[in-house]
Design a protein around this ligand. Sequence first.
Ligand SMILES: *[C@@H]1O[C@H](CO)[C@@H](O)[C@H](O)[C@H]1NC(C)=O
Ligand SMILES: *[C@@H]1O[C@H](CO)[C@@H](O)[C@H](O)[C@H]1NC(C)=O
Ligand SMILES: *[C@@H]1O[C@H](CO)[C@@H](O)[C@H](O)[C@H]1NC(C)=O
Ligand SMILES: *[C@@H]1O[C@H](CO)[C@@H](O)[C@H](O)[C@H]1NC(C)=O
Length: 144
Amino acid sequence: MDSSRTRMLAQAVYVLLVITCVAEGTEPRTILVGDSQGWRAGTNYTQWAIQNSPFHINDTLVFKYPPPGNSTVTQSVYLLPNLWSYITCEFRGAKVLGNASEGHDEGFKVELNELKSYYFASAEGNSYDCLAGLTKFVAHPSTP
Ligand SMILES: *[C@@H]1O[C@H](CO)[C@@H](O)[C@H](O)[C@H]1NC(C)=O
Ligand SMILES: *[C@@H]1O[C@H](CO)[C@@H](O)[C@H](O)[C@H]1NC(C)=O
Ligand SMILES: *[C@@H]1O[C@H](CO)[C@@H](O)[C@H](O)[C@H]1NC(C)=O
Ligand SMILES: *[C@@H]1O[C@H](CO)[C@@H](O)[C@H](O)[C@H]1NC(C)=O
């Protein structure tokens, strides 16, 4: 095979790869929150959320954290009702998505099946992390 044919073949393979990636981009993703670190105390998840944006409708977020024990800080995940409660860490109207013992092993899943902002935060340590802007993030899925 001469070099120009090799180059064309390489380009064709590249274009096919790009098309495959674009097609896959419209499929719902299953995303582990915090990647291999999981859901941890004192961590800035805003950076993680930016890196994993845009979220799409029907994407699934997986939250994982160790069960309560002596060596780990207890963890939980709440869904706050609006931006104000998210900023002020007012958990009174919040919904528990996962309590302290529900994040181990495979963790638990949250499907982003509504076109709205999802305000996630940990309520542990008297909301200390939340008030510091840590262990919380917003996901706003868009249409594919
Ligand atoms: C999301 O999932 C629901 C229920 O499975 C389905 O009816 C809907 O068409 C999906 N939406 C998109 C944009 O894929
Ligand atoms: C926690 O520590 C106490 C006292 O050191 C010990 O008795 C207990 O078994 C530990 N519990 C766990 C879950 O490790
Ligand atoms: C967490 O939720 C599970 C399932 O709803 C329940 O069985 C368990 O008692 C709860 N644990 C705590 C620590 O609230
Ligand atoms: C978290 O990261 C974001 C994005 O980099 C940054 O804007 C924000 O100030 C950080 N928050 C804290 C509490 O460090």
